[in-house]
Design a binder for this molecule. Structure first.
Ligand SMILES: [Zn+2]
Length: 326
């Protein structure tokens, strides 16, 4: 680490999310020297998602003083092909079999590689967080959906399909609520921010969540992670119970995955964890204790993500340099 770029060389990482696109230019020591955050769906409706990505990248480059880049790494929602750099189908970004890596490589005249955003977030935390000495790491990122990243023996697990780590669609409650994927009782259906917001909106409508009712109303889109954290601080007990249960469900999933993968470290990231670190660590630990075998979970380090908003772009920047070496 640190020997991939010589002094004066730069790399770019881009995080394409459902809400924001973040592009960052990193120097040879992986210091962020230029950064631009743009709404994924901005006011300029005529602009395609790829045009917005290119615009964000150009602004980040200008801020960094327009250095020449060695490569560009991108973390994007899937499903995607990390080898060919093709995004298969993301209705939210209006991409269908879209050659993202080639498009960006052409626009900037440098090599580009694409991988799943949560994989890149896990990779970023692994390389730049305090986990570098752990060879086996599980990353779990609850947010609007729930993604997972798995590092086995120092390598990101892609799987046969290239989509390994879809832990949001592990069945947690056989007869549970419907998930966006069409199945019932997926982890995402019981523990994502949408699942939490649905229950909290119902509480607010019944006047059982006074802080949420006054500050967010009952619209799911307005019940953000930060509002949930503030409601709990303000003493909304029923909101706290809902969030704790969701976090505990993640603990059940983590416990099961610990049994299968035997990781040395588990890192929790994403907006919900960022807003309520202690609560998430407590409940995931409880779920893990109850569902992982004592011998397998012994010594497993459970922690919250350190890089916050920049984990995906930093992981993606590092990943593209790793691939250049191959
Ligand atoms: Zn599902």
């Amino acid at each position: 680490m640190g020997r991939d770029l010589a002094p004066g060389e730069f790399v770019m990482g881009i995080d394409i999310g459902g809400t924001n696109i973040v592009a960052g230019v990193l120097d040879h020591k992986y210091n962020l020297v230029g950064r631009c955050k743009k709404k994924t769906h901005g006011k300029n409706r005529g602009q395609s998602t790829e045009e917005r990505v290119i615009r964000a990248a150009n602004v980040a480059l200008e801020i960094a003083g327009t250095p020449s880049l060695k490569a560009i790494g991108i973390g994007s929602p899937g499903p995607l092909d990390p080898i060919k750099g093709i995004i298969y189908d993301t209705p939210n970004l209006a991409w269908n079999n879209f050659p993202l890596a080639d498009t960006i490589a052409k626009a900037f005249g440098v090599p580009c590689a694409v991988d799943n955003d949560v994989n890149m977030g896990t990779y970023g935390e692994w390389v730049f967080g305090d986990l570098k000495n752990c060879k086996d790491v599980l990353g779990v990122f609850p947010g609007t959906g729930i993604g997972g990243g798995i590092i086995i023996d120092g390598k990101m697990l892609q799987g046969f399909s290239g989509s390994a780590g879809e832990i949001g669609h592990m069945t947690i409650e056989v007869n549970g609520p419907f998930c966006g994927c069409g199945k019932r009782g997926c982890l995402e259906a019981v523990a994502s921010r949408i699942a939490i917001a649905e229950q909290v909106a119902a509480l607010a409508a019944r006047h059982d969540a006074p802080y949420i009712f006054e500050n967010c109303g009952t619209d799911l889109a307005n019940i953000r992670s930060s509002s949930l954290a503030k409601a709990i601080e303000a003493g909304d007990k029923k909101v706290e119970a809902v969030v704790r249960k969701a976090a505990y469900y993640i603990g059940i999933a983590v416990g099961n995955l610990v049994n299968v993968l035997s990781p040395e470290a588990v890192v929790l990231g994403g907006g919900l964890v960022e807003a309520m670190k202690e609560l998430y660590l407590q409940e995931v630990e409880r779920g893990m204790k109850e569902h992982a075998l004592p011998f397998v979970r012994k010594g497993v380090k459970l922690s919250a993500a350190k890089l916050g908003d920049d984990a995906v772009l930093m992981g993606a920047a590092k990943m593209v340099l790793e691939r250049l070496k191959d």
